[in-house]
Design a protein around this ligand. Structure first.
Ligand SMILES: [Zn+2]
Length: 83
């Protein structure tokens, strides 16, 4: 039987609870980190995703990659994605 009395210890939760200044996510979410200004890693990645990444270039790269494997005989094609 699993002992449930000490939840902080069982899930390795921080004793001091902090909240993101932008989205209010707590530091008890697994794998989340906070910067020195109190903004969580998910918010920082969202900003990066919308400002740093060149989505037009990434789309071109995907299309070029798919062209390498595209069938030319008119048969069915399947695209498998994993993350
Ligand atoms: Zn946040």
């Amino acid at each position: 039987m699993i002992e449930n009395k000490n939840v902080l210890q069982r899930y390795n939760l921080p004793a001091e609870i902090k909240f993101c200044k932008k989205c209010t996510m707590s530091n008890q979410r697994p794998r989340i980190t906070f910067d020195e200004e109190g903004v969580c890693s998910a918010c920082n990645f969202s900003v990066k995703k919308n400002t740093v990444f060149d989505w037009t270039q990434r789309e071109r790269e995907l299309v070029d990659l798919c062209k390498r494997y595209k069938r030319t005989d008119g048969g069915f094609e399947v695209l498998v994605s994993w993350s």
